[in-house]
Design a protein around this ligand. Structure first.
Ligand SMILES: [Cu+2]
Length: 120
């Protein structure tokens, strides 16, 4: 019986890890005077990893990197031809303007961290 209990606990832990690390976290960019803004925490993944924004308005993403993993050192927005380094345990603002409606991806250099902007 004890073994079944331990297995159940492990399954619950695995589900929590899955939920917090890999699930889709969606957030809407907040409108500001300068356009729109959203903060993305970089820690094991991008959170949120789905950003809803308005097309035609500058979107400032504040990357809040809470780690120094070499994997997340760079963030790449291939649609905007942007490749920027993020400071260890620091913040960096990157502004892009999604001119048309559609989806715009961003990722770390190796593509292990993935995020997406949906412009409407
Ligand atoms: Cu990476």
């Amino acid at each position: 019986m004890q073994v079944i209990g331990i297995i159940l606990i492990l399954i619950i832990i695995a589900l929590f890890v899955y939920y917090f690390k890999w699930s889709r976290k969606e957030e809407k960019a907040v409108e500001t005077e300068a356009g729109q803004q959203v903060t993305v925490v970089v820690k094991g993944a991008y959170s949120p990893n789905l950003i809803k924004a308005k097309a035609g308005k500058p979107l400032t993403i504040v990357f809040d990197r809470q780690e120094d993993s070499s994997c997340s050192k760079k963030v790449i927005f291939k649609d905007f031809d942007i490749s920027e380094e993020l400071p260890d345990f620091g913040q960096k603002e990157i502004t892009v303007t999604p001119k048309a409606t559609g989806e715009y991806q961003f990722s770390c250099e190796m593509g292990m961290y993935q995020g997406k902007i949906t412009a409407e």
